[in-house]
Design a protein around this ligand. Structure first.
Ligand SMILES: [Zn+2]
Length: 308
């Protein structure tokens, strides 16, 4: 349901784990945040210039994960599954203290983060939430990859299609309405890779912390993980999870319908820059009264500066 007011978590939560790409162990604390501050990462292993705003403008590398870097060269990587958890848990503001460069991969999905945030509970803040309501279609194509967004009623909907030569993945597609559908199979879906790509990825110095405990590995038509898949569409569902985390970097909750073919972190970031630059394609709004589900929804445009 659409919330009128911004929210944060009710108490501090903590966890630790290995980084998928760095292979380093990080300890993380998530603290309640203030209205209008958004999600802020704080590298507590560094003494100064250690804050990094979770915003698309600070994305520096988006190939195999989403990395943020502030103006002083301080980075935090693999933020997407935690951001997706904030999105799904309806948290708008939080401070994420981390003592290393990469957010732990946990089980490769957002399941553990969502559980922690659920346990912490929600706290309503005194400022209203701002939504980005799409009013005109924007689309982008790049080397056979495609992404578009168009007007939706008052929901965030994501349609995604994958097309892999690998027969087990094949042409998997799904359409999810983040406000109305049950999202269990989305946030439980793990990151995945083809067995034959592991060597290539490792040669790039990545996936040092990768294992069958935090990624689905596919070899030909077989899943190498002992218990197989968590749901039939785990591959495309994970891509939808990634997209929700990456789109949360817009700084808003978006009301619009996304269609994506073969996308990933990089495409999502290029697209967000394009979308937020095209100011005639959206309105920034807030809700004006407490909502009765699907009734009496009153939108009020607000003046907001969006810097792309
Ligand atoms: Zn992912």
């Amino acid at each position: 349901m659409l919330k009128v007011y911004q929210q944060t978590l009710n108490k501090t939560v903590a966890f630790k784990g290995i980084g998928l790409h760095s292979g380093k162990i990080s300890s993380v604390k998530i603290l309640p945040g203030q209205s209008d501050k958004g999600i802020v990462f704080k590298r507590i292993d560094l003494k100064k210039n250690n804050e990094i705003q979770a915003n698309f403008k600070f994305v520096v590398q988006g190939k195999l994960c989403t990395t943020l870097e502030n103006d002083y060269g301080v980075k935090v990587s693999t933020v997407e599954h935690l951001l997706a958890a904030f999105y799904i848990s309806e948290i708008d503001n939080a401070i994420v203290e981390i003592d290393n460069e990469e957010v732990p991969i946990m089980d490769g999905s957002s399941r553990d983060f969502i559980k922690l945030l659920e346990d912490a509970g929600l706290k309503q803040l005194n400022r209203k939430r701002r939504y980005l309501k799409i009013i005109e279609k924007t689309e982008f194509e790049d080397h056979g990859k495609y992404i578009s967004i168009q007007e939706s009623k008052n929901d965030f909907e994501v349609g995604f299609q994958l097309s892999y030569k690998n027969k087990l993945i094949g042409n998997q597609k799904n359409m999810i309405n983040f406000s109305k559908d049950n999202l269990d199979s989305i946030y439980q879906s793990r990151t995945f890779c083809l067995f034959e790509d592991i060597e290539k990825i490792k040669k790039l110095g990545l996936a040092k912390g990768g294992s069958l405990d935090n990624a689905v590995v596919i070899k030909d038509e077989q899943i190498l993980n002992e218990n197989g898949l968590r749901n039939k569409k785990e591959f495309v569902n994970h891509k939808i999870l990634d997209l929700s985390g990456d789109f949360f970097l817009s700084g808003f909750r978006i009301l619009g319908k996304v269609n994506c073919f073969q996308g990933g972190h990089q495409l999502s970031n290029i697209f967000l820059r394009k979308l937020l630059n095209n100011k005639s394609s959206f309105k920034v709004i807030q809700l004006d009264e407490i909502l009765v589900p699907n009734k009496n929804i009153v939108f009020k445009p607000v003046k907001a500066a969006v810097n792309a």
